[in-house]
Design a protein around this ligand. Structure first.
Ligand code: EPU
Length: 419
């Protein structure tokens, strides 16, 4: 199993290219199931979750040809309406096949994802929404089995804001009969990116980017071209790394407008951040002093993203002062705390809040990654720590980051993948 060996203490300098967003790419690949025409995607990130999704969709009969970060999908020969357990268990986002398959083919069988490291993460709202659209759903032998000759438009109010729930119902509604209204919809930029792509495919959606999506179902969708939005979580991860180690880095291929909260918090921590100087989609960060601690509370977009919580906590570990970090989205997303404490951090958890006392220094140690963003947090902590940090179980990192250690080495970090 691969590990990452980091010798901390180097400042980061140079330029780094930010990849396309994982959490936009996954639903957008599933949208390829909605049409028999070609769908061309660019800015596709090369990471393991994307490969797993490609495997799942090709098992269904979706044909694909790819060239580096571009892929063409064709759903003209879908012959298997099933997402099997062996793939769903490795990637929960497989649930995103449910809405498109059901809407286009009238049937779908998707393994029920189990719990996961960061929380229970049920999919009851996906099911509730599809039932409201007339689907008959049974759960048997660990599978969600959904059937509907033709989905019917409905007004759906989800109990909470759910990102993939909104995406699943949105995709289903594009081919339903009549009007669907999704209240309490997620407004995350990745949901917007999916909606933009669906509109390019001929879907009729209004309210994009708001919590009320109105969809007029159409009989068919057609092919389209789409450039996947830049990954704001990857961008924030690099920004936090620079803020923790000090340095001077330009991020390319970013979208500044979807990084507001992260940029504000990093400025509060003492970073100098300027947009657009090295080109329209660039972001320049300079950090010369020890960071100041920043408190925050995770919420849905446009609030502070849960997917950046762990990375900012790593920054707080080496910051001056004490911070409060409150996680409100997932009930168990503090698994990195014990590992950070192994590096000499001083973090106490009380309920949903972590109290982080910033330390003058962290000292490298062997640590274990527990989930994707926890892995990224340990990388940042390792870069800021003195001595060697060996991070085990980095398959979590590879699920969602495109060659992170290569990009960091390019910035002068002493980091290598070891077997
Ligand atoms: N929830 C339910 N029932 C549902 C759906 C959600 O109770 O039917 C709860 C969840 O348990 C959670 C909350 O609602 O407490 C929000 O979950 P959400 O459904 O929004 O999460 P998700 O769609 O499963 C996506 C991202 C996550 C990201 C969250 C929150 C993808 C593929 N995944 O997950 O990304 O943390 O939204 O923004 O888009 C990551 O990239 O590291 C990651 C975990």
């Amino acid at each position: 199993m691969d590990k990452l060996l980091i010798t901390g203490g180097s400042r980061l300098n140079g330029e780094v290219f930010i990849s396309g967003a994982k959490n936009a790419a996954l639903p957008i690949l599933c949208a390829g199931l909605l049409t028999s025409d070609d769908v061309h995607l660019t800015n596709l990130p090369l990471l393991n979750d994307v490969s797993t999704m490609e495997k799942l969709l090709s098992q269904m009969g979706l044909r694909m040809t790819s060239d580096k970060n571009a892929i063409t999908l064709n759903g003209g020969q879908i012959n298997r309406l099933e997402a099997p357990y062996d793939l769903v268990k490795t990637m929960r986002a497989s649930i995103l096949a449910l809405g498109p398959l059901l809407a286009r083919f009238g049937e779908a069988k998707v393994s029920l994802p189990g719990g996961c490291a960061i929380g229970a993460r049920p999919v009851d709202q996906h099911i509730k929404g599809l039932q409201a659209m007339g689907a008959e759903i049974t759960i048997e032998a660990g599978y969600i089995h959904a059937k509907a000759k033709k989905l019917k438009g409905a007004r759906i109010v989800t109990d909470m804001i759910t990102v993939t729930g909104t995406e699943n119902l949105l995709m289903a509604a594009t081919l339903a009969e009549g009007e669907t209204i999704l209240e309490n919809a997620a407004c995350e930029p990745e949901v917007v990116d999916l909606a933009v792509m669906l509109v390019a495919m001929g879907a009729k959606i209004s309210g994009i980017g708001t919590s009320r999506l109105v969809i007029q179902g159409v009989a068919n969708l057609h092919g389209a071209q789409h450039n996947i939005i830049s990954d704001r979580v990857e961008a924030a991860t690099f920004l936090c790394a620079v803020a923790a180690t000090g340095g001077d880095v330009v991020l390319k291929n970013t979208r500044v407008d979807i990084l507001d909260v992260a940029i504000d918090k990093l400025r509060e921590a003492g970073a100098l951040i300027t947009a657009g100087i090295a080109g329209k989609d660039s972001l320049h960060i300079q950090m010369s002093a020890r960071p100041a601690a920043v408190s925050f509370r995770t919420t849905e977009y446009p609030g502070f993203p849960t997917d950046m919580q762990a990375q900012f906590m790593a920054l707080n570990c080496v910051a001056q002062g004490t911070s409060h970090v409150t996680e409100t989205i997932f009930e168990n997303r503090f698994m990195h705390v014990q590992e950070l404490n192994r590096l000499g951090a001083a973090i106490e958890i009380e309920g949903h809040t972590a109290l982080v006392r910033g330390m003058n220094k962290l000292i490298g140690a062997p640590v274990m990654a527990t989930d994707l963003r926890a892995s990224a947090c340990l990388v940042i902590a390792g870069l800021a720590a003195q001595g060697e940090t060996l991070i085990d179980r980095i398959y979590h990192l590879d699920r969602g980051y495109d060659r992170m250690e290569v990009k960091l080495s390019g910035l002068g970090a002493n980091i290598q993948r070891v077997k």
